[in-house]
Design a protein around this ligand. Sequence first.
Ligand SMILES: [Mg+2]
Length: 342
Amino acid sequence: MTKQKVVAAVPPPLFTTTEVKKQPLHGFTYTGFDSSKKVVRDVDTNGEMKVNMLVDSMRACSPTRREFSHDQTRWMDQYPSALEVFDEIINASKGKQIVMFLDYDGTLSPIVDDPDRAYMSDEMRATVKKLAMYFPTAIVSGRCRDKVYKFVKLAELYYAGSHGMDIRGPSTGSKNKKSSPSVLCQPASEYLPMIDEVYGLLMEKTQSTEGAKVENNKFCLSVHFRCVDEKKWSELASKVRSVLKNYPKLRLTQGRKVLEIRPTIKWDKGKALEFLLESLGYANCTDVFPIYIGDDRTDEDAFKVLRERDQGFGILVSKIPRDTNASYSLQEPSEASLLFNT
Ligand SMILES: [Mg+2]
């Protein structure tokens, strides 16, 4: 791995401000949820968590749940729209190197029923391309890196696929256009045969559940519930658990209408963010300002890292109030595009 200090181009005018203001919003803890419905993460596959809890937990972080709508105003007070506090954000970043981290599904592209058709709009692509001209920019996704690259199609970006377990640098900048971008980090390589094996078992086990889709993300697997009748969610979750019980080195987590199977290694999107900052030469810098935008529970690991580093901030894309380590919010991907173009 080559550590390389990235020197970004001169920022566009809207990212240049005259006053430094301390970020006022870190430290909030949203307490408006019914604690009995608090999302439980990193589900133990050894039977300590019952299937119904697993399904409830997945439901709680799925955007169709509207029961918290009465808390919307209070939540927005705690996690204001990044569009409304844009000036504060810019002031806080003044004199620092912004580094952009962007989730893909639900952040740059709308959530759709078929995960293979989660296309990014040309407008969003052009916006991200422009962003990357000024700031080091990374896509951090649970998807297989190759698949997310096929959606985004921008060679100048960093890509962290499989929840950050597969990181590559930009492929532009090389005089040899045929050369491949360098692999920067694959901490779960030894799990590949096991992941492939479990993928086969899950495909077989879930084929009788209408609408179920198993996606191979190389270093992790996703079982999509989006097109499955909600009455069948528990049954499907039981099938997934029954496969996983024989693989203690894999763990089960839940996201938006999805169960994900990952290696038990201590690696997540937060670790990927730290790794990329280090790779860019910003490991111990005080003048770096990382911005991470994401919509999923798995993005919380990155939001948490930013809070712990007291650097930059996280922006949660969500229409419903949700417990989060982010500092600001956006309602949907179109607002992310608006933010980039402000
Ligand atoms: Mg997402």
